[in-house]
Unconditional design. Structure first.
Length: 277
């Protein structure tokens, strides 16, 4: 049996093994693949970067655990960006399952890196049902909606929340979501209360968001893991999104290689068989 015959009849388990290696290798060894920056990602980065230091910003964790591969890196990169500018961060979630817990885990972890103090530099408000009413209510009084934070501490006992009463005290809202809650942040908070809103969404949600960017109702956009990797590049960190994109790129190269080799093997063996006949 010739070389191309062996290629045509290769055990598919070897292919599965090579795909697995290509997937996990960038997770162990840092590999830098070019990440092209989109105008929407740059716009979001600049909107936050141009805010005065020590500004108060809101970061939402409107995503379920199932979407964390795409959205969690966005939250982490955003927090690192905000804390590096000494911004005060208020987090909130409109997702009851996972959102507030993810916010608690991520914010406290990143806050330790920057020496930030809970209640002074950042606060996790947690979750309240009926997000439409919540969004309207925050315009009047945050304390009227959230009597206490996620841990049960009354807002009046948190120094940061003594100065942050409603949307008027918030410079920018970065919505990280995997569902339609971002539509309401745009149609209610931006359109009715004129608060700048930026978006970070899963790849499946991103296409319909571009219309809001064009209409200037959404200040910048990150779409899927690619968008998260763009933000990581902009804030000069190499996080899970960058490694994830390296894995995707390597697997894509491998698949293209298999397609080319498979077709070459097919035509060579076919020509050989015709020659024998």
């Amino acid at each position: 049996m010739g070389f191309w015959d062996k290629v045509s009849n290769i055990d598919r388990r070897w292919i599965y093994l090579m795909v697995a290696v290509a997937t996990f290798f960038p997770m162990i060894v840092v590999m830098q693949f070019p990440v092209e920056l989109t105008p929407e990602a740059v716009q979001l980065y600049e909107a936050i970067d141009n805010l005065p230091d020590s500004s108060v910003v809101m970061l939402t964790f409107d995503y379920y655990p199932s979407a964390m591969a795409e959205t969690r890196p966005m939250s982490i990169a955003a927090l690192r960006h905000m804390f590096s500018k000494d911004m005060k961060v208020v987090t909130v979630s409109n997702i009851p399952l996972g959102g507030p817990t993810i916010a608690e885990d991520v914010t406290r972890s990143i806050a330790k890196e920057y020496g930030k103090e809970y209640g002074v530099d950042y606060v996790n408000l947690g979750y309240r049902a009926n997000y439409v009413a919540v969004m309207h209510g925050l315009a009047t009084s945050i304390e009227s909606i959230f009597k206490a934070d996620f841990t049960g501490t009354p807002l009046k006992d948190l120094p940061l929340m003594q100065d942050v009463k409603n949307y008027n005290d918030i410079e920018f809202i970065f919505v990280v979501a995997d569902n339609a809650t971002i539509d309401y942040w745009i149609s209610i908070v931006n359109a009715q209360y004129n608060i700048p809103v930026g978006g970070g969404v899963t790849a499946v949600v991103a296409p319909k968001m571009y219309a809001f960017v064009e209409a200037k109702q959404l200040t910048g956009l990150l779409g899927g893991m690619k968008g998260a990797a763009e933000y990581e590049r902009l804030v000069k960190i190499s996080g899970s999104a960058t490694r994830g994109m390296a894995s995707q790129s390597l697997v894509h190269f491998l698949i293209i290689f298999f397609v080319i080799i498979g077709n070459v093997a097919y035509f060579v063996t076919r020509k050989h068989e015709k020659g024998q006949k």
